[in-house]
Design a protein around this ligand. Structure first.
Ligand code: DX5
Ligand code: ZN
Length: 216
C-alpha cells in the first residue's frame, strides 16, 4: 500500500480554515489530522466539537481525530456525531483500553491507539489485533513545530514486527516533526501514515509539500 498523508489542522490558519480545508481537499493528502487537546492530558488546549463540525461541512476526506484528553470514553459518541472517521485515544489516558477500543468500533469508526514517546510498543501486545491504527508520537504531544525524536525509528520497526507476527492489518501512523527527511526514513522503517503540521502549512506551497511527502 502507498503510504498516506495526513496534514495536521493544528498548523492551519484558523481565521482561514475553509481555505485551508479546500487546499487539502484539492491536494494529494489522504486524511485530515485533527488534534483535540484538553489542557489536562497535555499542557495545551486546541479546539473541540464545534470546530470539528465546521471542518466536516467542507472536508471531502477522512477525518482522523487524535484525542489528547483524559477520559475519552465519555465523548466517543459525540465525536462520531461531529464527523470523526478514525478516533484515536492515548494508551496513557485509558485504564480500560480494550473497552474503549470496542466502544469506538461499536460507533463504526476506526479505532486508533496512540503511544507517547516514552511508552514501549510491548504494551500493545494483547490488543494489537483489535486496533485499526497505532499512532506513534514522535514528539511529546501538546504542540506543533517540535523536533522529531530519533528513537521513533526503532519503535516503528518493533511495531511493524508485532503487527506482522499478529497477522493484523493495523496501520502505523507517525505524528510530530515529520518532514521529507524524517518521513522518508519512517516509510523505510514501515510507517503507513505520516502526519505533518508545520512542514506543510509553514511551507511556501502547501499543496506542493503534500505532493512531495506523498511521493517519498
Ligand atoms: C502534537 C500533535 C501533532 C502536531 C504535529 O501534539 O499531535 O499532530 O500537529 O505538528 P508538527 O508536524 O508541526 O510536528
Ligand atoms: Zn496529532
Amino acid at each position: 500500500m502507498k503510504h498516506l498523508i495526513a496534514p495536521s489542522i493544528l498548523a492551519a490558519d484558523f481565521a482561514n480554515l475553509q481555505r485551508d480545508i479546500e487546499m487539502i481537499n484539492n491536494s494529494d493528502a489522504d486524511w485530515f489530522h485533527i488534534d483535540v487537546m484538553d489542557g489536562v492530558f497535555v499542557p495545551n488546549i486546541s479546539f473541540g466539537m464545534p470546530v470539528i463540525s465546521a471542518i466536516k461541512k467542507h472536508a471531502k476526506k477522512t477525518l482522523d481525530v487524535h484525542l489528547m484528553i483524559v477520559n475519552p470514553n465519555q465523548f466517543i459518541k459525540t465525536f462520531k456525531q461531529v464527523g470523526a472517521d478514525v478516533l484515536t485515544v492515548h494508551y496513557e489516558a485509558c485504564p480500560h483500553l480494550h473497552r474503549t477500543i470496542q466502544a469506538i468500533k461499536n460507533e463504526d469508526m476506526l479505532a486508533g491507539v496512540s503511544l507517547n514517546p516514552h511508552t514501549p510498543i510491548a504494551v500493545l501486545e494483547d490488543v494489537i489485533r483489535d486496533i485499526d491504527v497505532v499512532l506513534l508520537m514522535s514528539v511529546n504531544p501538546g504542540f506543533g513545530g517540535q523536533s522529531f525524536i530519533e528513537n521513533t525509528y526503532k519503535k516503528v520497526i518493533q511495531l511493524r514486527d508485532l503487527i506482522d507476527k499478529s497477522g493484523s492489518k493495523t496501520l502505523i501512523e507517525i505524528d510530530g516533526g515529520v518532514n521529507s527527511v524524517t518521513g522518508k526514513k519512517l516509510i523505510a522503517a514501515g510507517a503507513d501514515v505520516l502526519v505533518a503540521g508545520s512542514y506543510v502549512f509553514k511551507s511556501d506551497n502547501p499543496t506542493k509539500t503534500i505532493k512531495e511527502l506523498k511521493n517519498l
